[in-house]
Design a protein around this ligand. Sequence first.
Ligand code: ATP
Length: 234
Amino acid sequence: MTASNGQRPGRAILGGSFNPPHVGHLRLAVEAREALGHLVQGVDLVPCAQPPHKKTGNLLPFELRAAMLEAALAPLPQLRCNRLEALRDGPSYTWDTLRAYHAAEPGTDFYFLLGSPDFALLPTWQRGLELPRLCHFVVVPRGDLTPDEFMDMTRALWPTASEHPSALPGGVCMALPGGGLAYFLPLPWLAVSASRIRELWLAGRSVDYLVPEAALNLLRTHRQAIAAHWREAQ
Ligand code: ATP
Protein backbone atom coordinates (compact mmCIF):
# COMPACT_ATOMS: atom_id res chain seq x y z
CA MET A 1 0.00 0.00 0.00
CA THR A 2 1.07 3.56 -0.49
CA ALA A 3 -0.35 6.47 1.46
CA SER A 4 -3.38 7.61 -0.52
CA ASN A 5 -3.65 11.10 -1.90
CA GLY A 6 -7.24 10.60 -2.97
CA GLN A 7 -6.30 10.40 -6.67
CA ARG A 8 -6.88 6.63 -6.84
CA PRO A 9 -10.26 4.95 -6.48
CA GLY A 10 -11.00 3.90 -2.92
CA ARG A 11 -13.38 1.54 -1.17
CA ALA A 12 -14.13 1.04 2.51
CA ILE A 13 -14.77 -2.48 3.79
CA LEU A 14 -16.56 -3.51 6.97
CA GLY A 15 -16.20 -7.20 7.69
CA GLY A 16 -18.21 -8.93 10.38
CA SER A 17 -20.35 -11.87 11.39
CA PHE A 18 -23.54 -9.79 11.13
CA ASN A 19 -25.31 -12.37 13.31
CA PRO A 20 -27.54 -10.32 12.98
CA PRO A 21 -26.69 -6.96 11.38
CA HIS A 22 -27.57 -4.06 13.68
CA VAL A 23 -27.68 -0.29 13.77
CA GLY A 24 -24.14 -0.09 15.23
CA HIS A 25 -22.78 -1.65 12.01
CA LEU A 26 -24.88 0.64 9.81
CA ARG A 27 -23.98 3.84 11.66
CA LEU A 28 -20.30 2.88 11.54
CA ALA A 29 -20.55 2.37 7.76
CA VAL A 30 -22.54 5.57 7.16
CA GLU A 31 -20.35 7.79 9.33
CA ALA A 32 -17.08 6.34 8.04
CA ARG A 33 -18.34 6.90 4.49
CA GLU A 34 -18.99 10.55 5.32
CA ALA A 35 -15.67 11.00 7.11
CA LEU A 36 -13.67 9.40 4.29
CA GLY A 37 -15.42 11.66 1.77
CA HIS A 38 -13.75 11.70 -1.65
CA LEU A 39 -11.26 8.97 -0.61
CA VAL A 40 -13.90 6.26 -1.19
CA GLN A 41 -16.71 5.61 -3.60
CA GLY A 42 -18.65 3.49 -1.14
CA VAL A 43 -18.58 0.95 1.67
CA ASP A 44 -18.82 -2.81 1.25
CA LEU A 45 -20.19 -4.79 4.17
CA VAL A 46 -18.68 -8.26 3.95
CA PRO A 47 -20.36 -11.06 5.90
CA CYS A 48 -17.91 -13.63 7.12
CA ALA A 49 -18.62 -17.13 5.80
CA GLN A 50 -16.61 -19.02 8.45
CA PRO A 51 -15.33 -16.72 11.22
CA PRO A 52 -11.88 -17.96 12.29
CA HIS A 53 -12.23 -16.43 15.79
CA LYS A 54 -15.81 -16.89 16.86
CA LYS A 55 -17.84 -19.84 18.04
CA THR A 56 -19.75 -20.87 14.95
CA GLY A 57 -22.39 -22.96 16.72
CA ASN A 58 -24.70 -19.97 17.04
CA LEU A 59 -24.02 -18.54 13.60
CA LEU A 60 -27.04 -18.17 11.35
CA PRO A 61 -26.60 -19.59 7.84
CA PHE A 62 -24.55 -17.33 5.56
CA GLU A 63 -27.49 -16.94 3.16
CA LEU A 64 -29.74 -15.52 5.85
CA ARG A 65 -27.11 -13.14 7.28
CA ALA A 66 -26.31 -11.86 3.79
CA ALA A 67 -30.02 -11.50 2.94
CA MET A 68 -30.58 -9.47 6.13
CA LEU A 69 -27.67 -7.20 5.25
CA GLU A 70 -28.92 -6.71 1.70
CA ALA A 71 -32.40 -5.88 2.94
CA ALA A 72 -31.01 -3.40 5.46
CA LEU A 73 -28.74 -1.74 2.90
CA ALA A 74 -31.29 -1.49 0.07
CA PRO A 75 -32.17 2.17 0.80
CA LEU A 76 -28.49 3.20 1.04
CA PRO A 77 -26.92 3.42 -2.43
CA GLN A 78 -23.34 3.93 -1.22
CA LEU A 79 -23.41 0.84 0.99
CA ARG A 80 -23.58 -2.67 -0.40
CA CYS A 81 -23.17 -6.26 0.75
CA ASN A 82 -20.44 -8.32 -0.91
CA ARG A 83 -20.85 -12.10 -0.59
CA LEU A 84 -17.33 -12.96 -1.80
CA GLU A 85 -16.33 -14.87 1.37
CA ALA A 86 -18.92 -17.55 0.55
CA LEU A 87 -16.94 -18.37 -2.59
CA ARG A 88 -14.01 -19.83 -0.59
CA ASP A 89 -13.84 -22.93 1.57
CA GLY A 90 -12.25 -22.95 4.99
CA PRO A 91 -11.89 -20.10 7.50
CA SER A 92 -12.63 -16.64 6.05
CA TYR A 93 -9.31 -14.85 6.53
CA THR A 94 -9.30 -11.10 5.91
CA TRP A 95 -5.92 -11.48 4.21
CA ASP A 96 -7.51 -13.66 1.51
CA THR A 97 -10.52 -11.36 1.21
CA LEU A 98 -8.33 -8.31 0.63
CA ARG A 99 -6.24 -10.19 -1.92
CA ALA A 100 -9.46 -11.04 -3.76
CA TYR A 101 -10.47 -7.36 -3.67
CA HIS A 102 -7.10 -6.32 -5.13
CA ALA A 103 -7.46 -8.88 -7.90
CA ALA A 104 -10.99 -7.68 -8.70
CA GLU A 105 -10.28 -3.94 -8.39
CA PRO A 106 -6.60 -3.33 -9.16
CA GLY A 107 -5.30 0.15 -8.37
CA THR A 108 -7.91 0.70 -5.64
CA ASP A 109 -7.09 1.80 -2.08
CA PHE A 110 -8.95 -0.23 0.53
CA TYR A 111 -9.93 1.16 3.94
CA PHE A 112 -10.75 -1.59 6.42
CA LEU A 113 -13.15 -0.37 9.12
CA LEU A 114 -13.10 -1.90 12.57
CA GLY A 115 -13.74 -1.22 16.23
CA SER A 116 -10.75 -0.68 18.53
CA PRO A 117 -11.24 -4.04 20.34
CA ASP A 118 -10.85 -5.86 17.03
CA PHE A 119 -7.88 -3.68 16.01
CA ALA A 120 -6.08 -4.72 19.21
CA LEU A 121 -6.60 -8.36 18.27
CA LEU A 122 -4.89 -8.13 14.87
CA PRO A 123 -1.87 -10.20 16.03
CA THR A 124 -4.27 -13.14 16.42
CA TRP A 125 -5.52 -12.81 12.82
CA GLN A 126 -3.98 -14.75 9.97
CA ARG A 127 -1.14 -12.46 8.75
CA GLY A 128 -2.86 -9.72 10.74
CA LEU A 129 0.22 -7.54 11.16
CA GLU A 130 0.97 -7.78 7.43
CA LEU A 131 -2.46 -6.45 6.47
CA PRO A 132 -1.10 -2.87 6.01
CA ARG A 133 0.45 -4.22 2.81
CA LEU A 134 -3.12 -4.59 1.52
CA CYS A 135 -5.21 -1.92 3.24
CA HIS A 136 -5.45 1.12 5.44
CA PHE A 137 -7.33 0.80 8.73
CA VAL A 138 -10.04 3.10 10.01
CA VAL A 139 -10.39 2.43 13.72
CA VAL A 140 -13.42 3.55 15.74
CA PRO A 141 -12.92 3.66 19.51
CA ARG A 142 -15.10 1.68 21.85
CA GLY A 143 -15.12 3.46 25.22
CA ASP A 144 -12.87 6.37 26.18
CA LEU A 145 -9.88 5.70 23.95
CA THR A 146 -7.97 8.95 23.42
CA PRO A 147 -5.87 9.70 20.32
CA ASP A 148 -2.71 9.28 22.43
CA GLU A 149 -3.88 5.89 23.65
CA PHE A 150 -4.68 4.91 20.07
CA MET A 151 -1.14 5.84 19.04
CA ASP A 152 0.28 3.79 21.95
CA MET A 153 -1.91 0.86 20.94
CA THR A 154 -0.71 1.13 17.36
CA ARG A 155 2.98 1.28 18.42
CA ALA A 156 2.40 -1.79 20.59
CA LEU A 157 1.29 -3.63 17.45
CA TRP A 158 3.97 -2.15 15.13
CA PRO A 159 6.89 -0.64 17.09
CA THR A 160 8.08 1.31 14.02
CA ALA A 161 4.71 2.98 13.38
CA SER A 162 4.97 6.76 13.25
CA GLU A 163 2.53 9.65 13.24
CA HIS A 164 1.40 10.71 9.75
CA PRO A 165 -0.09 14.08 8.71
CA SER A 166 -3.19 12.56 7.06
CA ALA A 167 -6.04 12.52 9.55
CA LEU A 168 -9.80 12.25 9.46
CA PRO A 169 -11.93 14.87 11.28
CA GLY A 170 -11.06 14.91 14.99
CA GLY A 171 -8.61 12.04 14.60
CA VAL A 172 -4.96 11.14 14.19
CA CYS A 173 -3.17 8.91 11.73
CA MET A 174 -0.23 6.52 11.92
CA ALA A 175 1.96 5.20 9.10
CA LEU A 176 2.48 1.44 9.37
CA PRO A 177 5.18 -0.86 8.05
CA GLY A 178 3.89 -2.27 4.77
CA GLY A 179 2.65 1.11 3.59
CA GLY A 180 -0.88 1.29 5.00
CA LEU A 181 -2.13 3.97 7.35
CA ALA A 182 -4.13 3.56 10.55
CA TYR A 183 -6.70 6.32 10.92
CA PHE A 184 -8.27 6.93 14.30
CA LEU A 185 -11.86 8.05 13.74
CA PRO A 186 -13.55 9.16 16.97
CA LEU A 187 -17.23 8.40 16.40
CA PRO A 188 -19.78 7.70 19.12
CA TRP A 189 -19.99 3.95 19.74
CA LEU A 190 -23.63 2.89 19.92
CA ALA A 191 -24.31 0.57 22.85
CA VAL A 192 -25.55 -2.30 20.71
CA SER A 193 -24.03 -5.67 19.91
CA ALA A 194 -25.19 -8.76 18.07
CA SER A 195 -24.67 -10.79 21.29
CA ARG A 196 -27.13 -8.64 23.20
CA ILE A 197 -29.64 -8.78 20.36
CA ARG A 198 -29.46 -12.58 20.38
CA GLU A 199 -30.02 -12.59 24.15
CA LEU A 200 -33.03 -10.30 23.88
CA TRP A 201 -34.49 -12.33 21.04
CA LEU A 202 -34.12 -15.64 22.89
CA ALA A 203 -35.74 -14.08 25.96
CA GLY A 204 -38.72 -13.11 23.81
CA ARG A 205 -37.96 -9.41 24.18
CA SER A 206 -38.15 -6.68 21.56
CA VAL A 207 -35.19 -5.88 19.31
CA ASP A 208 -37.06 -3.03 17.62
CA TYR A 209 -34.77 -0.13 16.63
CA LEU A 210 -31.65 -2.25 17.23
CA VAL A 211 -32.03 -4.29 14.04
CA PRO A 212 -33.06 -2.41 10.88
CA GLU A 213 -36.74 -3.05 10.11
CA ALA A 214 -36.13 -4.85 6.80
CA ALA A 215 -33.68 -7.26 8.46
CA LEU A 216 -36.01 -7.73 11.41
CA ASN A 217 -38.77 -8.83 9.03
CA LEU A 218 -36.48 -11.63 7.84
CA LEU A 219 -35.69 -12.62 11.43
CA ARG A 220 -39.42 -12.87 12.08
CA THR A 221 -39.98 -14.93 8.92
CA HIS A 222 -37.28 -17.41 9.97
CA ARG A 223 -38.16 -17.36 13.66
CA GLN A 224 -37.94 -21.12 14.24
CA ALA A 225 -34.66 -21.69 12.43
CA ILE A 226 -33.16 -18.73 14.24
CA ALA A 227 -34.13 -19.97 17.67
CA ALA A 228 -32.49 -23.32 16.86
CA HIS A 229 -29.20 -21.68 15.83
CA TRP A 230 -28.98 -19.09 18.57
CA ARG A 231 -30.02 -21.56 21.31
CA GLU A 232 -27.18 -23.85 20.34
CA ALA A 233 -24.75 -21.49 22.06
CA GLN A 234 -26.72 -21.20 25.32
P1 ATP B 1 -20.98 -10.13 18.58
O1 ATP B 1 -21.71 -9.37 19.66
O2 ATP B 1 -21.67 -11.37 18.09
O3 ATP B 1 -19.51 -10.35 18.91
P2 ATP B 1 -20.77 -7.63 17.03
O4 ATP B 1 -22.00 -6.87 17.43
O5 ATP B 1 -19.46 -7.18 17.64
O6 ATP B 1 -20.99 -9.20 17.24
P3 ATP B 1 -19.59 -8.12 14.45
O7 ATP B 1 -20.33 -8.58 13.23
O8 ATP B 1 -18.68 -9.10 15.07
O9 ATP B 1 -20.70 -7.57 15.46
O10 ATP B 1 -18.79 -6.75 14.17
C1 ATP B 1 -18.32 -6.36 12.91
C2 ATP B 1 -17.53 -5.06 13.08
O11 ATP B 1 -18.40 -4.03 13.58
C3 ATP B 1 -16.36 -5.16 14.08
O12 ATP B 1 -15.26 -4.41 13.57
C4 ATP B 1 -16.90 -4.50 15.33
O13 ATP B 1 -15.86 -3.90 16.12
C5 ATP B 1 -17.84 -3.44 14.74
N1 ATP B 1 -18.93 -3.13 15.64
C6 ATP B 1 -19.72 -3.99 16.30
N2 ATP B 1 -20.63 -3.35 17.06
C7 ATP B 1 -20.41 -2.02 16.86
C8 ATP B 1 -21.02 -0.80 17.38
N3 ATP B 1 -22.03 -0.85 18.25
N4 ATP B 1 -20.51 0.38 16.95
C9 ATP B 1 -19.47 0.41 16.08
N5 ATP B 1 -18.87 -0.67 15.58
C10 ATP B 1 -19.33 -1.88 15.95
